[in-house]
Design a protein around this ligand. Structure first.
Ligand SMILES: Nc1ncnc2c1ncn2[C@@H]1O[C@H](COP(=O)(O)OP(=O)(O)OP(=O)(O)O)[C@@H](O)[C@H]1O
Ligand SMILES: [Mg+2]
Length: 242
């Protein structure tokens, strides 16, 4: 569960208000999609949830642990996939995964099994011995996803996770997100891809210029719409009207 309460963040000494009094609750057992146009504030909010940036105001709790007050415990609750997959390029894939397993204190026995399983699932077993700098964008994305899931975190937080993934890997990741939510855990992800949101999310929020302009289920969003209006049209309409 993620509880975001009246969170705000400005850049450039208050000149750019990137996130403006956002309150959201992501419940256990749901996939929650976070939608918005470029520059809406999605990444800024995700960086505050994950403790990379401090909020100017408001509080964020992950499974009850405050990200400011209790950062280490809060961080053990989630696995995070950032939007930019440029990481530790001079490590091999397997070195990176062992490094992540060390940080999250995954035991030697558990990590061997889990690394094997996840590498196979994402067809990365052969590439694991190569340097990350030799990987394609999608391969980097996959090794980050694997690293984020090694400690089997109850909460998944993913910023544009499908970017750069081929259809098979994207399908696998979506399937894993569904399984995770169905097991009663929490999945929070941002996306521009409305079809993905439409198919995958139990609930979603639309953010524009730092403010949440809609939060609810697809059915609820449809109640706003005219008959047969697509999510795309509705998204365009909502983000334009603001
Ligand atoms: N370091 C920074 N300094 C100043 N302004 C910033 C900084 N980072 C982000 N911004 C501004 O904050 C706003 C929100 O940016 P953010 O990256 O959170 O948007 P986003 O919704 O993730 O966009 P995208 O869909 O392009 O990833 C934008 O207006 C952006 O220009
Ligand atoms: Mg972003």
């Amino acid at each position: 569960m993620i509880e975001i309460c009246k969170v705000s963040k400005s850049y450039n000494k208050g000149k750019v208000k990137a996130v403006d009094e956002v309150s959201l609750t992501v419940h256990d057992g749901e996939i929650f999609g976070f939608l918005g146009p470029n520059g809406a504030g999605k990444t800024t909010l995700i960086k505050m949830i994950t403790g990379i940036l401090n909020a100017d105001q408001g509080s964020i709790k992950i499974n009850g642990r405050d990200i400011r007050g209790n950062p280490l415990e809060a961080k053990m609750q989630f696995g995070f996939v950032p939007d930019d997959p440029n990481i530790f390029s001079r490590l091999t894939g397997i070195e990176y995964l062992n490094f992540m397993a060390d940080i999250y204190r995954v035991s030697s026995i558990t990590r061997v099994q889990r690394i094997k399983e996840l590498l196979e699932r994402f067809e990365m077993s052969l590439a694991a011995a190569d340097l990350i700098q030799s990987y394609s964008h999608g391969m980097k994305q996959k090794i980050i996803v694997i690293g984020a899931l090694l400690h089997n975190p109850p909460v998944w937080i993913l910023d544009e996770p499908m970017t750069g993934l081929d259809p098979r890997s994207s399908f696998d990741l979506k399937e894993m997100m569904r399984e995770h939510a169905d097991a009663g855990k929490t999945v929070f992800f941002s996306t521009h891809v409305l079809e993905v949101a439409e198919k995958l999310c139990d609930r979603l929020a639309i953010i524009n210029k730092g403010r949440v302009i809609f939060c609810g289920s697809l059915q609820e969003i449809r109640a706003h719409a005219q008959a047969n209006q697509s999510l795309e049209n509705l998204f365009l309409e909502l983000t334009e009207n603001e």
